[in-house]
Design a protein around this ligand. Structure first.
Ligand code: NAP
Ligand code: ZN
Ligand code: ZN
Length: 352
């Protein structure tokens, strides 16, 4: 099937292209995409900042839409169902991580939604959600609850699960003091989800520019990190801090804000290595760790949780023609708080 898409054709340009999607195999679901969120990872990848990017690259791993066709073995979904796809479209399914529902840590390497070789389909490079259709194995398709609007569902598939998973793993609940560094796509979901889990939440942002919005979405306290002296009184007061920043920041400073045995989890993936002063780890036996998205089972749990609690992202819906400008605004931290592409603005492919 030919489908319209927008692709990075070089590190500096996203433009319209036409791509081929496979016909659904027996286990596949064909999805008409309606919305695709813009994650900062799309920008890192479009610009070949992590691994070498194969151009043209269709980014997008925050995908929501409607089932348009199913393979013979598909029992869990039917045509017309509301579904989502996140950062993975397959994994080995037999390693220790896959068996435990942590497919993102597949020991053979999960098949990422874009810019990855797909071992099950002749090593073809995967292409993501800035497109009108995608074909995905049913095991990697999520059900979107009726209580979650499809445009608001899209950012949950990466930003939502990436912060939900560590919040759950480190037992965030009422009485816990949580810090969130960076109030962008991931950061604002971390504020909302930590709050929904009952925690007291503090935002660390570069400026006070988004303070009012941050407090409105549930943060209890808000600090600008441009003047680090304001953080001194907060030393040794947090149980858990999540760093969502896409650039290198001084982690040592934040480690000193943790209580004894507290945890700082790194989810931001800057290109530059981070550094820490070892004393900041040993002084209060704090942990510095990281976390990658979440498994399929946990992603479904998060979608159901957001539906039940009505926890949704703040989005700005844009036409496909605005993607390049949207990237520039994300890079300047001028997104409030996730851009979501209305995929219907890509036009109808001339031939399907
Ligand atoms: P985003 O919307 O651009 O948010 C990042 C925020 O970081 C910005 O809004 C800004 O917050 C802050 N920031 C940016 N540059 C900064 C700088 N130089 N110094 C201090 N703060 C800065 O990006 P996102 O989509 O949330 O993604 C954030 C990072 O997470 C990216 O690196 C992305 O690749 C990564 N990621 C990781 C996973 C995973 O599985 N671990 C999943 C998805 C994304 P303020 O304006 O509030 O300062
Ligand atoms: Zn992402
Ligand atoms: Zn595996």
């Amino acid at each position: 099937m030919t489908t319209k898409a927008w692709a990075a054709t070089s590190p500096s340009l996203i433009e319209p292209v036409t791509i081929q999607r496979r016909a659904p195999d027996d286990d596949d679901i064909s999805i008409q995409i309606l919305f695709a969120g813009i994650c900062h990872s799309d920008i890192h990848s479009s610009r070949s900042e992590w691994v070498k990017t194969t151009y043209p690259l269709v980014p997008g791993h925050e995908i929501s839409g409607i089932v348009s066709a199913i393979g013979a073995n598909v029992g869990r979904f039917k045509v017309g169902d509301r579904v989502g796809v996140g950062c993975m479209v397959n994994s080995c399914r037999s390693c220790e991580s896959c068996k435990e529902g942590e497919e993102q840590y597949c020991l053979k390497g999960a098949t990422w939604t874009y810019n990855a070789r797909d071992p099950k389909h002749a090593g073809k490079i995967t292409q993501g959600g800035y497109s009108q259709h995608i074909v995905v194995d049913q095991a990697f398709v999520l059900r979107i609850p009726d209580s979650v609007p499809l445009d608001l569902a899209a950012p949950l598939l990466c930003a939502g699960i990436t912060v939900y998973s560590p919040l759950k793993r480190w037992g965030i609940c009422q009485g816990k003091k949580v810090g969130v560094i960076g109030l962008g796509g991931l950061g604002h979901m971390a504020v909302k989800l930590a709050k929904a889990l009952g925690a007291q939440v503090t935002v660390f942002s570069q400026t006070l520019g988004k303070k009012e919005l941050g407090l409105k979405m549930g943060a209890d306290h808000y600090y600008a990190t441009s003047d680090t002296s304001v953080l001194k009184p907060l030393r040794r007061s947090f149980d858990f801090i999540i760093n969502t920043v896409s650039a290198k920041i001084p982690l040592t400073l934040y480690l000193t804000l943790l209580r004894r045995d507290g945890t700082l989890v790194e989810v931001g993936m800057p290109v530059e290595p981070l550094s820490v002063v070892p004393f900041a780890l040993s002084a209060q036996r704090v942990s510095l760790t990281g976390s990658s998205i979440g498994g399929i089972r946990e992603t479904q749990e998060m979608l159901d949780f957001c539906g039940a609690k009505q926890v949704f992202p703040e989005i700005e819906t844009i036409p496909a023609s605005y993607i390049n400008e949207a990237y520039e605004r994300v890079l300047k931290s001028q997104v409030k708080f996730r851009f979501v592409i209305d995929v219907s603005t890509m036009g109808t492919p001339s031939r399907m």
